[in-house]
Write a new protein. Sequence first.
Lengths: 191, 299
Amino acid sequence: MTSRSSEDRELIRRYLEGDVSAFDELMRAHEDRVFAICLRMMRNRDAALDATQDTFLTVFRKADRYKEQAAFSTWLYRVTVNTCYDHLRRQQRKRTESMPEHFDPSDPRGGDEFIAVELRPDIETALAGLTPEFRAAVVLVDLDGMSLEGAADTLEVPIGTVKSRVFRARKQLAKELGNFAPGSEHPSDEP
Amino acid sequence: MNERNQELIVDLLGGQLTPAEERSILARIESDPDLRSEYETQMSIVSLLDASSTPSMTAEERSTLHATLRQQLHLDHSPAPVVATPSRWQRWLAPIGGLAVAAAVVVGAVVVLPGALSTDDSDGSFEVASAEITTTAASSSADALPGEVEAQSADDGGDGATAPDASESGLAGGSAADESTQDAETFAAAETPLTLPYVADIDLDALENDLASDPESLRNSTPPTSSKSSEFDDAQVAQSDDCLDSLTTGDTSSSFSPIATTTYEGVPAVVVSVSPSEGDPFLAVFSLDLCREIASTQG
């Protein structure tokens, strides 16, 4: 168990005992990373802020259910990704309900009026073409720098699945970004 | 490309291989053009993404996030037993704004709740009755009360939620619509017997739908009437009284304005407006049992 994990466990314990300063410390320690994941997943700054807020609300409201066997950060990032999935599903439903006349379902950019500006626009667009599951894998591993094991814990899938998703996601990104890829498989199959 | 090779490339780029394994796969990459092509493709994307800057929140976004979370989690204040708070209400209460109206919100809500609910009550079983509850009304300064009413998320579920504080009070008593337009000073500190309507089956969705379209109805509706007696027995009415008393005396920095009694998801509860000293007032549903628990904690 790392020092960060131990600190987090102690902070959660203090938070549950009513120590508000523990909330501030937990936020300081994790908010940037949570926001970064949310922004990569949601691609829209406002949506990312909403997802960040919902993530922390869930985590703090359910802090008493945190099982100390797992690192707090693993649980937190799992909630983060799941919250993003939920928000993306809601976005998708909204788009389906109010589909504009010019909507092109084959265009992964469809419906996104606001693109996050931290990535190159072409990378943003390429990321948007990935399914949420593939996007989460590449966001965690390649953009967030999470280990493959950490990503597997966070996503609650076997590590082999993470590797497969990462490999295929990169391959699709390469294709979208300039035909680096020799093949053109669509990254949709699990191993 | 078989799965084993895919995994090896991912492991190689992730630094997961032993030196021996690394030498082995690199040798194969050298000798296999297809493998080399896949490896270079993967490496290009990894390098591209690795060079991306990490996004961060602006100071304003960070501050807003913290403030919102603190409010939603009620972290700035002493613990209180929120069973549920209807976030939807904030949308139709917010436009009312202003202080004189803040008192009206409380009174008006008493008036409107049953009517709004009754329209959505498919089996016609919606009931309203009165529960006599006595609590302390206190005055409110027109300058001090925020103009918007907010509520925390409805999915709170009671997970460690706590109550906000407030230096002003905004207790409104009675249920007559005309009182809703009185100046807040009318409600200056006094022992005021409050007659709260009992809302038998509170339906927040129906409430939202009915009231979102007509916030003015808060001020213009007539008091609810019912031939039925309260579904709270005498003990529960007394418990409600204790609950409100524990809120008003237990957290002197907040004002708690009772609106109705109800049974929310099987839990006997009171609906109140909470006015914090910092931040906007909001509505909340308090469990009678938990209110009583606080009272006992405070001795």
